[in-house]
Design a protein around this ligand. Structure first.
Ligand code: GLP
Length: 258
């Protein structure tokens, strides 16, 4: 794992966008795993503003609320259309978001996993982190080998996402479909983006703490190609800052990004 600290949320998102752009230019048929949430809005705005050809790219989103139709403004499908897909030349037929209205959610999850396999696996998975340390909607005690499935959301997650539902946590759906931690770890490369002081404590636990199912993001320590891009506020509880900065400023891999 590598941790890159940028001065603020805009420059963290800009660096993440440059990395994604480089992967897409190197492989026009890139299979991209995508996340939602407020943190990603900056990233998608940046991706939408640079010259990039998404026509060969296919995407798989991490999660979707159960019981929210795709056309509802609160669905993650709507979020993706609004924040990214409408801003780039992607073929919508190549964008995959779980269907939270599917009559058989187990079958929907299995089909989603099959589509990822048929696409050849995910090349680059973009992740945010929830305040309780979840990736996707893998709430505390999610098995670290879990696959795409239904998950009940914690009260803390519903509270965290309430702003998108008029401020009322009760209006946030109680269940979601989410890629499993095991599904996420199969991506060939992972990029986690976290900004803001609310994420500082949990980010330090995920990156520097023990691997535990209580914090599904800590499983990323097992991944051989995982990059964590954060702003100063989210980095404030990390203990090995000097080393992370040295790596970013000296390792050849980062020469084009400094
Ligand atoms: C939701 C999503 C996560 C995301 C998290 C963080 O819970 N399921 O994938 O990482 O929100 O959201 P935000 O960026 O708004 O803090």
């Amino acid at each position: 794992m590598e941790v890159i600290v940028r001065p603020d949320a805009d420059s963290a998102a800009a660096l993440a966008a440059r990395l994604i752009a480089a992967r897409l230019r190197a492989k026009p048929g890139l299979v991209l795993g995508l996340a939602t949430g407020r943190t990603m809005e900056r990233l998608y705005a940046t991706l939408g503003s640079i010259q990039l050809d998404f026509s060969g790219c296919s995407t798989f989103n991490l999660d979707e609320y159960i019981g929210v139709p795709a056309e509802d403004a609160h669905s993650y499908r709507s979020y993706m259309n609004r924040h990214l897909f409408s801003r780039v030349n992607i073929n919508l037929a190549q964008t995959h978001v779980l269907d939270g209205m599917a009559p058989d959610l187990g079958l929907e999850a299995a089909r989603f996993e099959a589509r990822i396999r048929e696409a050849g696996g995910i090349d680059l998975q973009v992740l945010g982190i929830g305040e309780a340390g979840h990736i996707g909607f893998n709430e505390p005690l999610s098995a670290l080998m879990s696959r795409t499935r239904e998950k009940a959301l914690t009260p803390a997650t519903r509270q965290q996402n309430a702003a998108m539902f008029g401020g009322d946590p009760v209006k946030v759906p109680a269940r979601a479909l989410t890629m499993g931690v095991g599904t996420i770890l199969e991506a060939r490369e992972i990029l986690l983006l976290a900004t803001g002081s609310a994420k500082a404590g949990v980010l330090a636990k995920a990156v520097e703490g023990p691997i535990t199912a209580m914090i599904s993001a800590s499983a990323l320590q097992l991944h051989p190609r995982c990059k964590v891009i954060v702003d100063e506020a989210a980095a404030s509880a990390l203990t090995q800052r000097a080393y992370y900065d040295w790596v970013f400023h000296n390792e050849p891999e980062w020469a084009d990004y400094r």
